[in-house]
Design a protein around this ligand. Structure first.
Ligand code: COI
Length: 328
């Protein structure tokens, strides 16, 4: 029987799913609620596979796991930028990831767009102190705006399909345009998207090339008062450059579900410390920035798929043959 060790297990929602899928697929389950750290890696001793969430598995950790006999690495996320793939490949350790339906993140992306263009942070903060005045709270209507979607993969294309019902003009940029979106969005160059969009939403993978794609140069090309939405990965945006652009009024609002320095902070109760990073504190305090702690994915449907596919991926590794969960 294949043995799977799960890190960062959420006992309140993931554990029952893992129990069910491991029973169904004949997998022996071990777990900890802790992240994989130099201190907790030894817990995976004697297991065939480990499963992480958004936890970094660097070359050293992967080497240690390999020495302990771990053969397969599984992440219950779509993204896999937290795993050193080269190190895993060098040790012939297959890495599998878990896809889940894109509509949850797509819905949340549109939620952030609406919250930003209707100045919801200001409205909610004021109403908490029974300040029900209107001055400063006038929003703009999504239906009248031009939305630029950067990246038209699974999530970006779903955002486009859902947005189409709002009646807004939709621009898209992707190095690999899709014919099926031609009716709904107009593919343009990156420069045209920056120059024409009132809202820009990021749906591209985190990669070396895409790191800080939204930096000073890109921000400079955008419209005055542009709204940025990021439900992808934090390091797509240079936080320092964004703070400058917000202060200068160049960026009129931002809905950020991901931040470049979120690791170790998001998904943890840090009300008693450690302190926020400077960038996170400044962005959080900004009246037109809405920050949520990487929760766009978090629905019943997505969690079920993440757990199921994380287990199925490991089983497919052990069985050999075709493995749709393999990170290529
Ligand atoms: C992913 O699946 O890549 C995500 O970003 C969700 C993760 C935070 C659980």
């Amino acid at each position: 029987m294949i043995k799977l060790f799960v890190y960062a297990m959420r006992e309140y929602d993931e554990k029952p799913c893992f129990d069910r899928w491991c029973r169904e697929l004949g997998v022996e389950l071990g777990y900890t609620t802790e992240d994989p750290t130099p201190d907790t890696l030894s817990l995976a001793q004697g297991y065939d596979a480990v499963c992480v969430l958004l936890n970094e598995l660097d070359a050293d950790s992967i080497r240690r796991l390999h020495q302990m006999g771990v053969k397969y690495l599984s992440t219950r996320t779509v993204g896999f930028d937290h795993i050193d793939l080269e190190a895993a490949q060098a040790l012939h350790m297959p890495v599998v990831h878990a896809f889940y339906p894109p509509q949850g993140v797509a819905n949340y992306t549109i939620l952030l767009m609406l919250l930003c263009c209707r100045k919801m942070k200001l409205i909610l903060e004021r109403s908490l102190t029974r300040n029900f005045t209107l001055q400063g709270c006038m929003g703009s209507e999504l239906s009248n705006l031009t939305v630029g979607i950067l990246g038209t993969g699974q999530i970006g294309s779903t955002v486009i399909r859902h947005l189409a019902g709002f009646g807004c003009k939709i621009l898209a940029y992707d190095p690999y345009p899709r014919d099926d979106l031609n009716e709904l969005a107009k593919y343009v160059t990156l420069e045209e998207l920056y120059q024409q969009a009132d809202i820009i939403s990021l749906h591209i993978p985190a990669s070396k090339e895409n790191r800080h794609i939204i930096g000073r140069e890109a921000l400079h090309q955008m419209r005055e008062g542009v709204i940025l939405v990021n439900t992808g990965r934090g390091d797509l945006i240079d936080s320092e450059a964004l703070i400058e652009a917000l202060d200068a009024g160049k960026v009129g609002g931002a809905g950020l579900d991901v931040l470049e320095d979120e690791a170790g902070l998001f998904f943890h109760d840090i009300s008693a410390g450690p302190p926020l990073t400077r960038e996170m504190a400044l962005l959080r305090a900004h009246p037109s920035v809405i920050i949520t702690p990487h929760t766009a994915f978090y629905t019943d449907e997505a969690v079920e798929h993440m757990v199921m596919n994380a287990v199925k991926g490991v089983v497919a590794c052990a069985q050999g043959g075709e493995n749709p969960f393999l990170v290529s």
